[in-house]
Design a protein around this ligand. Structure first.
Ligand SMILES: NC(=O)c1ccc[n+]([C@@H]2O[C@H](COP(=O)([O-])OP(=O)(O)OC[C@H]3O[C@@H](n4cnc5c(N)ncnc54)[C@H](OP(=O)(O)O)[C@@H]3O)[C@@H](O)[C@H]2O)c1
Length: 345
């Protein structure tokens, strides 16, 4: 990261005496080494929502320099990503691709066919990271949300431990370089550590300045599990405002409008969104922000800069334990039961 410290650029008004640090515009090349030895780019690109726009968004992201693209069966974006990669002409070895197994394919016999389908859509012989999207097992079959006539989700009869063991086989076969989980509680992660033979390389979980989960973070770190922050910008779009199970949880102030992040951003000549991403990186985590807007896509890639300790302390005060993603009621499974911000606690 190149850093040009200069006291020449001054803010107007009250802050006139305070110098703004100007960072040369540079995209992040930072990577993390996962517990299986593979290198994960620190800043990745999310593709949840706006699926019709994802082919061009991913194409723009690849051209801007993103090396990690995150998708999932349930996002319906794998095919668009495959097309965008072909169009951008990026060599497979220069890319890190993550996708996720959906809950209706958790029966051990369904796991490999589900990955094969994803590989075909993404047009790749292997995936860098294959995640179990949630710990809950739905009824087997084509229906993604197999609800009964009573409207209640019908659950499968295999456990996520059996699913995990099937995922472990995919590592042995070379179809997945690394495997991991998403949206697991501490006890669910512990169950995999106790009963599986592969330690999850990554936990993709909701983490942002409004939901910091410090104890869970340090516990997972001690187990060698890398944390990948989803919704690192606190998800600024309308998904959690519109979906029925979120019931007003997301109506509070948007993270990118947070005055403390704005104030910190001014000091570095960065936006609040960039400060939120830099905070994740400063904590040794990867981030996957989503955007379909070109200037935001480029801006997000320029979010690797060091934050002073006093600024990290200020961000620590923002921990409202505000969890945006908790579909426990819809999925018929008490998610995040031992974690901060669970809606049922
Ligand atoms: N494992 C899981 O269960 C799970 C759950 C949620 C998300 N995820 C993954 O994590 C990714 C990111 O999370 P997310 O999509 O929920 O939310 P996010 O990245 O925190 O926020 C996305 C929103 O922020 C806006 N935005 C992006 N960059 C910005 C910038 N520089 N300045 C201002 N606004 C900006 C986007 O606008 P525009 O889109 O209008 O450009 C979009 O509305 C997802 O796309 C998905 O890949 C995983």
């Amino acid at each position: 990261m190149s850093f040009a410290s200069t006291p020449r650029v001054l803010l107007r008004g009250a802050a006139q005496t305070r110098p703004v640090r100007t960072f040369q515009r540079s995209i992040s090349n930072k990577t993390y080494t996962l517990n299986n030895g593979t290198k994960l780019p620190a800043i990745g690109f999310g593709t949840f929502q706006d699926k019709e726009q994802q082919e061009s968004a991913v194409y723009n992201a690849l051209n801007a320099g993103f090396k990690h693209i995150d998708t999932a069966k349930v996002y319906d974006t794998e095919e668009f990503i495959g097309r965008a990669i072909r169009k951008a002409g990026v060599a497979r070895k220069d890319l890190f691709l993550t996708t996720k197994l959906w809950c209706n394919s958790f029966h051990p016999d369904d796991v490999e066919p589900a990955l094969d389908e994803a590989l075909s859509k993404l047009d790749t012989p292997y995936i860098d990271l294959f995640l179990m999207h949630y710990p809950c097992t739905f009824k087997r079959g084509d229906e993604r949300f197999p609800k009964g006539s009573d409207g209640v989700m019908q659950m499968g009869d295999t456990t996520y431990v059996d699913t995990w063991k099937a995922m472990e086989q995919l590592v042995r076969k070379g179809k997945a370089k690394a495997i991991g989980v998403s949206n697991f509680s501490k006890s669910e992660v512990q169950n995999l550590l106790d009963n599986g033979s592969v330690v999850p390389a990554v936990h993709q979980m909701e983490l942002h300045p409004y939901l910091q989960q410090k104890d869970f973070v340090s516990w997972q770190k001690s187990k060698g599990i890398h944390m990948m922050q989803f919704s690192p910008l606190g998800n600024q779009n309308n998904f959690y405002r519109d979906i029925y199970w979120a019931s007003g949880k997301a109506d509070s102030i948007r993270l990118i409008d947070e005055p403390i992040l704005k104030e910190i951003g001014k000091k570095y000549g960065k936006s609040p969104a960039q400060v939120a991403l830099a905070w994740g990186l400063a904590n040794g985590r990867s981030v996957i922000s989503k955007s379909v807007i070109d200037w935001q896509i480029k801006q997000n890639l320029e979010s690797d800069f060091p934050l002073d300790a006093e600024d990290m302390d200020k961000i620590a005060t923002l921990d409202k334990k505000l969890r945006l993603n908790d579909p426990s009621s819809a999925y018929n499974w008490k998610l995040y039961s031992d974690l901060e911000g669970a809606w049922s606690t």
